[in-house]
Design a protein around this ligand. Structure first.
Ligand code: ADP
Ligand code: MG
Ligand code: MG
Ligand code: MG
Length: 391
């Protein structure tokens, strides 16, 4: 690193840094605004007099959630920038360009994507983003195949497992996604009207057994370098372009994790929509899977290690396993976003209140079904059937 010690940047320090790094021409007149959500990271947007932009994201040494604050490793900035660079090796069109990163300052300087919209915000406004499913499918097919044991020699892969060891961020997922929502603990957060539904979940021993199996997969199945936080707030999009940001939770985990989270977040948006506008989201879920499986299969044929690709039936086995896991992870994500610590605006903004409560009860029913029935749900069309059937 070029820096002796960490300190949080101010807007003016971010400008000075951008100039010192040569990220703008010397005589540029720059302005800077901090545009992050303020829970874990600072995000500075710096622009020059011609409105050329640059983003500097900086990790903070703590996380803030509902007034509480706990220490959180700055190492996640290294994970984030190296994950983006790794993704860019095979799927460069779907990630922002990285201009600079520094581990001591815990910063990444990257392409300004402000001309695009955060997919969650657009979906809540009723936008469709016609290429969203196709692009996410391609991003996942390429990134997940090429960092797996099917593409890499086992020594190289194990080096990457080490490089992307991310215990503190994984612990956040282990606790707040896979554990707390399934027990009556302080961190959970939901409307009083949801208490009976939450208690039903806490008492559902069959559900909790399946969630324990999924949690163990998250902890142990170091299959490939997953994004780790692929909700619709981690995707910038417009009608032509899709870019995936914020891989600070990246680690070696189950191949189905990201598609599961993407699917869950589209399903929660679909629940918030009138019926006539839901199908487009179910179509994205289907397209993303079809394109993912197509890309993964193409890469398998072209670049897969013979020890696997030479075995009849193995590719189908892997794709089926990945889909089943993804359906389970989708169910867990829906449940935790409804009664756990971190909610999604798609559900929270539903009005009036009664309709919001109904939607959340429906979300919980859908989440439970996906977790429990995942071994018999073989296609995105069957996910759509469950979506349509839940009361
Ligand atoms: P966090 O990890 O704190 O969630 P994100 O990487 O998701 O941080 O960024 C938070 C917000 O900052 C995004 O929702 C977006 O509004 C803005 N942002 C992040 N990266 C960029 C970028 N490359 N271009 C434009 N805006 C960005
Ligand atoms: Mg955020
Ligand atoms: Mg983040
Ligand atoms: Mg984010």
């Amino acid at each position: 690193s070029n820096y002796q010690s960490y300190e949080p940047l101010t807007e003016s320090a971010a400008v000075t840094l951008a100039l010192r790094l040569g990220l703008f021409e010397e005589k540029s007149v720059l302005s800077c605004t901090e545009i992050g959500d303020g829970n874990l990271n600072l995000v500075f947007r710096i622009t020059d007099q011609s409105n050329n932009g640059l983003i500097i994201k900086q990790a903070l040494p703590y996380a803030k959630v509902i007034g509480e604050s706990w220490p959180l490793t700055l190492d996640r900035a290294r994970i984030e920038s190296s994950a983006m660079l790794k993704q860019a090796e095979t799927a460069g069109e779907y990630v922002p360009k990285i201009y600079y990163s520094d581990e001591t300052l815990a910063i990444t300087a990257m392409e300004d994507l402000s001309h695009l919209q955060i997919a969650r915000a657009g979906l809540i406004e009723g936008k469709d983003f016609p290429l969203l499913g196709r692009h996410i499918g391609e991003f996942l097919g390429k990134t997940l195949f090429y960092s797996s044991d099917f593409a890499l020699n086992p020594q190289t892969k194990k080096q990457l497992v080490k490089q992307f060891s991310n215990p503190e961020l994984c612990k956040i997922t282990e606790d707040f996604v896979f554990t707390d929502p399934f027990f009556d603990v302080e961190s959970n957060s939901f409307e009083d009207e949801l208490r009976p539904a939450a208690e039903a979940i806490w008492n559902d021993t069959k559900l909790k057994l399946e969630v324990a199996k999924l949690k163990h997969k998250f902890l142990t199945e170091a299959e490939t370098l997953v994004h780790g936080d692929l909700h619709t707030g981690s995707i910038f999009a417009d009608d032509e372009t899709t870019k995936v940001i914020d891989p600070e939770f990246a680690y070696y985990g189950p191949t189905g994790f990201d598609y599961g989270h993407f699917t869950a977040n589209l399903l929660m948006n679909a629940i918030s929509r009138e019926e006539a506008k839901q199908q487009v989201l179910l179509d994205h879920i289907e397209t993303a899977w079809t394109v993912f499986a197509g890309e993964f299969s193409k890469a398998w044929e072209k670049d897969g290690l013979e020890v696997y690709t030479g075995i009849d039936g193995y590719l189908s086995f892997i794709l089926e396993k990945t889909f089943e896991d993804a359906v389970g992870f989708a169910g867990v994500e829906i449940i935790r976003r409804t009664i756990g610590l971190a909610h999604v605006a798609d559900l929270d903004l539903i009005e009036p209140h009664d309709r919001k409560i109904e939607a959340k009860i429906r979300a919980l029913e859908l989440g439970k079904k996906l977790v429990k029935h995942r071994s018999s749900i073989k296609t995105p069309a069957q996910i759509a059937d469950y979506f349509k059937q839940v009361p």
